[in-house]
Design a protein around this ligand. Structure first.
Ligand code: G16
Length: 546
């Protein structure tokens, strides 16, 4: 069987690639201003169909979202059959196909690609797709559908939902009827799975006080509304920033990314959060979670992904030990260079900790090497993975004391509560709430597990972020040559100083991170390192001009 070239050509002509734009499959798929993405969506549709054929008709996921980016951006990422990110080797093909300038070039790249990868075109192709609430989403989904039609793939539209729900659906569809069955492949089954596990986990605890959720004016709002129905009285959710149809509101001065970078409460919540109350922020597609609380003096305190990792890791390590399983289950933690130095110290005293480059795909794969792998990025993106043998052990293990039996039951419920396909703000939120209920912690006790080193993150807009290349899990720049030495010289002058520079994979910027023992010093270090980047760029431009 060969490609239906005529149909592909006809449909591809409807989605021409804009000239002067170079696309790149980055940290989380393609992501840029929505108005240039039409051809990318069409081609991703074709690619998703081919990926499915290559994997013998397994269902592939496609999520149309730009997550934390501003509303005018959009993006698309592919999800592999177990609900994990697209295999890295296919990212290069995605980039190549998206950059073919004409329909002829696109078709010829496609033919090459089918031949090199030996894709059997007679196999079926199945794709499930969804989008977030961005106004550009509907048109982009229709371009994607043309791509599916061109390759003859069967498409299932999961509508407007969160990234984690889409990942859940992909795994549920592909594991149906197998020993690894992940649940029914519906949004309702997802809510029921989470809510049931949560209720069991907190059944013996006091009902937590209502939780305020900043929905970033995104898709988390309708999905959290539905989740609330399933949770009933077990947890009251108070939804804020839930205006999904107000133009320009998405992620605007609210949401998880705002809280993490500004390190303050979204202004829209100023009168909504009472002293002593805890709240959390989701991002635009609800895969990131940031917690916060106001102390009795109404001072804002942020509890980021590192603090979530610390809370969850301590709880799980303790359950494993109490269940009598510490000889058989090894818990490991994965972080990135953004992890606060104090969190790494706290966690390494409890479990092995590994540092990997930014991006869920890196963290997820590293976490798979442990029996229970806990990964959280400081920005609030993370989850916990239970290996298949560990899940089986939890089912077959026979406890010998009542304490072991209770701990085992909790571990089983935690395993059900966590969305193990990807970071999931709502599932993570329920996990945090369950741990807080068990520990009888308010934000204050949780926050005092360790004291964060003051830190600052800034963005620098540069002419070409691809000039910035890193090594050692992004902790050292290898290009532009000489810049890292200047950063090192600066860092040495700050007590407890640490700083690194890396290109973003989701925005057209370079990110600078710095920490130091004192707040003012962390800020100063970050701005001075950013200054070095700017001077380096200016020097570069001057060189070009000469
Ligand atoms: C995505 C990735 C995250 C990453 C974030 C920022 O999150 O899934 O792993 O931390 O982008 O990446 P970068 O610093 O390269 O721009 P999201 O929530 O935006 O999809």
């Amino acid at each position: 069987m060969t490609l239906a070239v005529d149909t592909i050509r006809q449909l591809a002509d409807l989605h021409p690639k804009p000239s002067n734009v170079r696309f790149q499959y980055g940290t989380a798929g393609f992501r840029t201003v929505a108005s240039v993405l039409d051809s990318v969506l069409f081609r991703v549709g074709v690619l998703a169909g081919l990926r499915s054929k290559k994997l013998d008709g397994k269902t592939i996921g496609v999520m149309v979202t730009a997550s934390h980016n501003p509303e005018q951006d959009n993006g698309v990422k592919l999800v592999d059959p177990r609900g994990e990110m697209l295999d890295a080797s296919w990212e290069t093909y995605a980039t190549t196909l998206s950059n073919a300038q004409t329909t002829d070039e696109f078709v010829s790249e496609l033919q090459k690609f089918v031949e090199v990868l030996k894709i059997d075109l007679s196999k079926p192709a199945r794709v499930v797709y969804a989008r977030d609430t961005r106004p550009s989403g509907e048109a982009l989904v229709s371009s994607l559908e043309d791509g599916l039609k061109a390759i003859g793939a069967e498409g299932r539209n999961a509508g407007v939902t969160t990234t984690p729900v889409l990942h859940y659906l992909v795994r549920a569809i592909n594991t149906k009827g197998t020993r690894e069955s992940y649940g029914d492949d519906t949004e309702e089954a997802y809510f029921l799975k989470l809510a049931t596990a949560f209720k069991k986990l907190v059944s013996t605890r006091e009902t937590p006080s209502p939780l305020l959720i900043d929905c970033a004016n995104g898709v988390g709002a309708p999905i959290a509304t539905k989740l609330a129905e399933y949770l009933g009285d077990s947890l009251t959710l108070v939804l804020e920033n839930a205006s999904i149809t107000t133009p320009g509101a998405l992620n605007n001065s609210c949401g998880a990314d705002y809280v993490k970078t500004a390190q303050k409460l979204p202004p829209s919540l100023a009168d909504r959060l009472q002293a002593g109350q805890r709240g959390c922020s989701l991002d635009g597609d609800a895969d990131r979670l940031m917690y916060f609380y106001l102390d009795e003096r109404s001072q804002f305190h942020m509890l980021d992904g590192d603090k979530i990792a610390a809370l969850v890791a301590a709880f799980i390590v303790e359950l494993v030990k109490t269940a009598g399983l510490d000889g058989q289950i090894k818990v490991g933690i994965v972080q990135t260079a953004y992890a606060n130095g104090a969190s790494t110290k706290y966690l390494s005293e409890r479990s092995p900790v590994k540092c990997v480059p930014t991006g869920v795909k890196h963290l997820h794969h590293a976490a798979e090497h442990y029996n229970i792998g806990i990964y959280f990025e400081a920005n609030g993106h993370g989850t916990v993975l239970f290996s298949q043998p560990t899940q089986e052990l939890l089912q077959s293990y026979e406890p010998t004391t009542p304490a072991q039996s209770t701990a085992l039951e909790h571990l089983r419920n935690v395993n059900q509560l966590i969305n193990q396909t990807v970071g999931d703000a709502l599932s993570d939120m329920l996990l945090v709430e369950a741990v807080l209920a068990h520990k009888d912690y308010s934000g204050v006790e949780w926050d005092s597990l360790y004291i964060d080193l003051p830190n600052r993150q800034v963005k620098v807009v540069v002419a070409d972020r691809n000039q910035f290349r890193t090594e050692d899990a992004e902790r050292r720049l290898v290009s532009p040559v000489g810049l890292q030495e200047k950063i090192n010289d600066l860092v040495r002058r700050y007590e407890g100083g640490r700083s690194f520079v890396r290109p973003s994979g989701t925005e057209d910027v370079v990110r600078v991170y710095a920490e130091a023992s004192i707040r003012a010093q962390a800020d100063e270090l970050a701005y001075r390192v950013a200054g070095l980047v700017i001077i380096n760029q200016a020097f570069d431009s001057r060189l070009r001009l000469d």
